[in-house]
Design a protein around this ligand. Structure first.
Ligand code: ZN
Ligand code: ZN
Ligand code: ZN
Ligand code: ZN
Length: 387
């Protein structure tokens, strides 16, 4: 009996010599690592939704891996993964041109479709509260990825990682600066432009850059709205053929979709793309359905047809809202036509011909069908919202 026991123990020892006992313990779910406790307020989950975050990478306990060694055992399979992750994070940190240019660790994160630089003042107003800029950066990343996921769905985008399928060749680079000089310096260095206002480059390798101008992009809701809105413009400009349809005859589609994805996320739209010199202008209070219904009800001539050849930024606020509603109608009634319409616009086919081919309608007939749909489905009164 006793000998039996010794032999069994020796056999066990032999097994354990072959494979070192790195199997963790119950406390760490046999991983050898546990979650880092430094990431509070939902940030642990938020970090897991992005690929990299420079602020997480500066965590003194986990260096951004989000895990630390389990104190109750001598390791497990998670330890090697953690080391590998640490190397990935280090390589990502070192690859940042923006950080190199400014010679400091600019707050930034990267997700599936986005490279976000987010340098803001210390606290940002979010309604009656203030929000930590790091939390807000993750909210913006989540917003932008939400827009991306809706566009992927609406346009049947196939993303296979390697060649990106029929997807987006670039990640969208979006920058927010607290200091206007940094905004200007980044634009000059990376885009060779001396622009000082908010700036957007569409088509190939899209970029959006803005500084935290008081009264414009200073509060959390404004910042989230402007990033979501422009994410729509940028992704579409990068899809299929790297071309800004906003200036080549597809302004109505380009304006409509950017407002639509913003509206879908926040139940209102407050961001307009105007020529820089344009006067401030807006439609209703950002909550549009009832106002659009009224506009349609009293309209005698065409609302949409006159916009067919207008570039996105040459439209008034009301005209942009009309484009939003037309896009709303397409999403509701003709979702499978979004991709063919985009394909046509990217090939610079006139909207008239695209509608004939894919909607089986003249633009006047399409306008009539859209108006009837608005009258039928939009409410007479919008819910009142404060923000
Ligand atoms: Zn353990
Ligand atoms: Zn983070
Ligand atoms: Zn940590
Ligand atoms: Zn816009």
């Amino acid at each position: 009996m006793r000998l039996h026991y010794v032999i069994a123990s020796l056999a066990l020892l032999a097994v354990s010599l072959k494979a070192p006992a790195q199997e963790g313990c119950q406390r760490c779910d046999h991983q050898g690592v546990v979650a880092c406790k430094k990431h509070k307020n939902g940030l642990l989950e938020a970090e897991a939704r992005v690929h990299f975050c420079s602020i997480a990478a500066a965590c003194p306990d986990c260096q951004g891996t989000l895990t630390v060694d389990c104190r109750h055992c001598d390791g497990g399979p998670g330890v090697e993964r953690m080391a590998e992750r640490r190397r990935e994070i280090q390589a990502w940190l070192e690859s940042s041109e923006v950080a190199k240019h400014f010679g400091r660790s600019v707050p930034r994160c990267q997700s599936e479709h986005l490279e976000l630089v987010f340098e803001t003042g210390r606290k940002i107003k979010d309604g009656r509260k203030v929000i930590d800029p790091h939390e807000l950066m993750h909210q913006v990343a989540d917003d932008c990825e939400h827009v991306a996921s809706r566009i992927v769905e609406h346009f049947d985008v196939v993303e296979d990682g390697e060649t990106k399928g029929n997807g987006f060749p670039a990640k969208m680079r979006m920058w927010l600066w607290s200091n206007p000089d940094d905004h200007a310096s980044a634009l000059e260095t990376f885009l060779s432009t001396s622009a000082r206002g908010d700036f957007k480059l569409l088509g190939r390798d899209p970029v959006f850059s803005v500084w935290q101008e008081p009264g414009f992009f200073a509060t959390a809701p404004r910042i989230r709205s402007v990033f979501s809105h422009n994410m729509g413009h940028m992704l579409i400009s990068n899809l299929e053929r790297e071309l800004d349809i906003g200036v080549t005859g597809g302004g109505w589609f380009d304006a409509g979709l950017a407002h639509w994805y913003e509206y879908e996320r926040f139940k209102r739209s407050v961001i307009y793309c105007f020529e820089e010199a344009s006067l401030p202008d807006k439609f209703a209070n950002g909550v549009w359905k009832a106002s659009m219904r009224k506009l349609v009800a009293k309209s005698e001539g065409g609302l949409f047809v006159p916009l067919l050849s207008k570039p996105t930024t040459a439209m008034s606020a009301q005209e942009q809202a009309v484009c939003w509603s037309l896009y709303d109608w397409l999403v509701a009634i003709h979702p499978a036509k979004l991709r063919p319409i985009l394909t046509g616009l990217k090939a610079k086919v006139p909207t008239r011909e695209i509608f004939k081919e894919h909607l089986g309608a003249t633009t006047l007939e399409a306008e009539a069908a859209w108006k009837a749909w608005v009258m039928e489905t939009y409410p007479k009164k919008d819910p009142t919202r404060r923000r």
